[in-house]
Ligand binder design. Structure first.
Ligand SMILES: NC(=O)c1ccc[n+]([C@@H]2O[C@H](COP(=O)([O-])OP(=O)(O)OC[C@H]3O[C@@H](n4cnc5c(N)ncnc54)[C@H](O)[C@@H]3O)[C@@H](O)[C@H]2O)c1
Length: 269
């Protein structure tokens, strides 16, 4: 495989497990030094993907790249500041930022219940907003200025197919992901002449361990070997789009959202 990301330092938030972990592996396989992150050191164990962040870091290092594992709440400015210092001390300045941390995880650490617009609790609204929108903004505020100073960089925000169509339940989560898409466009506008690209990837339903553990899955949509696009995505299919946006092949793509959903949101527009 060509090492087209050799020399890049990439921070993937929420990469102790799930889609972020697959992205981190893919980016490392392309030669990037990768900082991995989770809310807690044992975050990767929650759905049985790894023992802890140390084990995930060992896997990333097998690609022959440098890595560092950091933990902290992306919705807490002090925690973000501390993680930035740790990453820069170990790997240097971050050139590519992937804001993957998030999800429909409420105050209990699981899906909010109730999860419809009129009944979801205030506490869950606050936690979801921190996890999906405020966190993305705070991490951008921390890491993008160095990219602006360097006159280059790429930010990839992970939104969702749910951002592009009316959804219920998961109303608050969907609304926040729509905000992530718009924030992507606005930040791209703000940095239009400064060499830093800001794009988003909107995955459709994807077979992460959490996805499978937190809902009743449709067995007919699990198999990706057939011809139909009416199925769940493989995590690697989302990671491929992220790698493209991180690399030189997308150097004139800016302020865009790539929907990796097999066409799920083709019709709603
Ligand atoms: N799996 C899907 O079907 C799907 C579809 C569309 C979008 N997404 C998005 O992709 C991303 C990854 O989802 P996943 O399915 O891999 O879930 P996941 O729960 O396995 O991964 C999410 C990661 O983000 C971390 N995180 C969440 N809030 C955080 C916070 N405030 N501070 C620090 N870390 C935090 C979690 O600890 C975890 O490591 C999420 O943003 C999710 O919304 C997933």
């Amino acid at each position: 495989m060509s090492k087209e990301l050799a020399g890049k330092v990439i921070f993937v938030t929420g990469s102790g497990r799930g889609l972020g972990r697959t992205m981190a592996e893919k980016l490392a396989s392309l030669g990037a030094d990768v900082a991995i992150h989770d809310l807690e050191w044992t975050g990767p164990a929650k759905y049985g993907e790894a023992k802890d962040m140390g084990e995930v870091a060992e896997q990333i290092a097998k690609h022959g790249v440098r890595t560092v594992a950091v933990t902290g709440n992306i919705g807490d400015p002090e925690a973000v500041k501390k993680m930035k210092a740790e990453i820069e001390a170990k790997l240097g300045t971050v050139n590519v930022l992937v804001n993957c941390a998030g999800g429909d995880i409420g105050a209990s650490g699981n899906k909010p219940k109730p999860n419809d617009a009129l009944n979801i609790s205030f506490e869950d609204i606050q936690v979801l907003t921190n996890n999906n929108l405020i966190g993305t903004m705070l991490v951008c505020q921390a890491f993008v200025p160095a990219m602006v100073a360097a006159g280059s960089g790429s930010v990839i925000n992970i939104a969702s197919a749910a951002a592009h169509m009316g959804c219920s339940p998961e109303v608050v989560y969907s609304t926040l992901k729509a905000a992530v898409v718009h924030y992507t466009r606005c930040l791209a506008k703000e940095l239009y002449e400064q060499g830093v690209r800001i794009n988003a990837v909107s995955p459709g339903p994807t077979k992460s361990a959490r996805f499978q553990a937190t809902r009743v899955v449709d067995p007919a949509k699990m198999d990706s070997s057939g011809v139909s696009f009416n199925r769940y995505a493989e995590p690697s299919e989302i990671a491929d789009a992220v790698a493209f946006l991180a690399g030189p092949g997308s150097k004139f793509i800016n302020g865009q959202v790539i929907r990796v959903d097999g066409g799920l949101t083709l019709f709603p527009g």
